[in-house]
Design a binder for this molecule. Structure first.
Ligand SMILES: Nc1ncnc2c1ncn2[C@@H]1O[C@H](COP(=O)(O)OP(=O)(O)OP(=O)(O)O)[C@@H](O)[C@H]1O
Ligand SMILES: [Mg+2]
Length: 197
């Protein structure tokens, strides 16, 4: 099965593009969704985070205190690596588990940090969703309750736009309207079916 790694910076449009591929009945594995499920109460990663970071990373109801954890790792590289060493192996194991269940010719694996985590070899084809930084900021501001500075800090913590584009086998230009996006997905869907053969 042909594996397409879909990636891009925050707010570039990975989720909307994933939804467009789903409309072609393409299976989409979502690393973000997997990571969220892994830190649900009672799940493996949450108990490991509690053991490594302390009980104050949990809310009173036993759920993960995401803001606390985010603040803790954002400025601290050592803690960031500790969190990654807990999450990444579990995320990638679950991705492989889900891949083993898929029978279609190709599948999309949405991995926002594909290049940052140096997992390019997991996939056969890297599809980058691209738009300029000002668009990322504007779109995320409309979607989330974050300031410009917070969004820019997240963008700066990710790989640069040019570095990401260098890694791309295909690029989706998400600088225009939804029909333009949809047309690019249609073309790529046909290409991926051919390449999968
Ligand atoms: N071409 C477009 N025109 C208008 N709005 C768009 C377009 N593409 C994406 N958006 C909007 O911009 C926001 C960011 O898109 P999306 O959530 O798909 O990005 P993402 O790459 O998945 O972000 P994240 O990394 O945070 O998961 C969403 O609110 C989405 O609806
Ligand atoms: Mg998304």
């Amino acid at each position: 099965m042909y594996k397409i790694g879909l990636t891009g910076g925050i707010g570039c449009g990975k989720s909307v593009v994933s939804d467009l591929f789903k409309q072609h009945t393409t299976p989409v594995i979502d690393a973000d969704e997997i990571a969220r499920a892994l830190v649900a109460p009672g799940e493996k990663a949450l108990s490991q985070i509690q053991a490594s970071f302390g009980a104050h990373m949990l809310n009173d109801d036993g759920s993960l205190n995401r803001n606390q954890l985010r603040d803790c790792v954002f400025q601290n590289t050592e803690k960031k690596h500790l969190l990654e060493s807990i999450l990444h192996p579990l995320v990638y194991a679950e991705i492989n588990q889900q891949l083993s269940q898929i029978t279609s010719p190709y599948a999309i694996i949405s991995i926002p940090l594909l290049i940052e985590t140096k997992m390019q070899s997991l996939v056969d084809h890297i599809l980058v969703i691209d738009c300029p930084m000002e668009m990322q900021v504007n779109r995320v501001k409309l979607r989330d309750n974050l300031s410009d500075a917070q969004i820019v800090a997240i963008i700066n913590s990710q790989v640069s736009r040019s570095e990401r584009l260098t890694e791309a086998d295909s690029i989706i230009d998400n600088t225009q309207d939804m029909p333009y996006l949809s047309r690019q997905v249609n073309t790529l869907h046909q290409l991926f079916i051919k390449q999968a053969q």
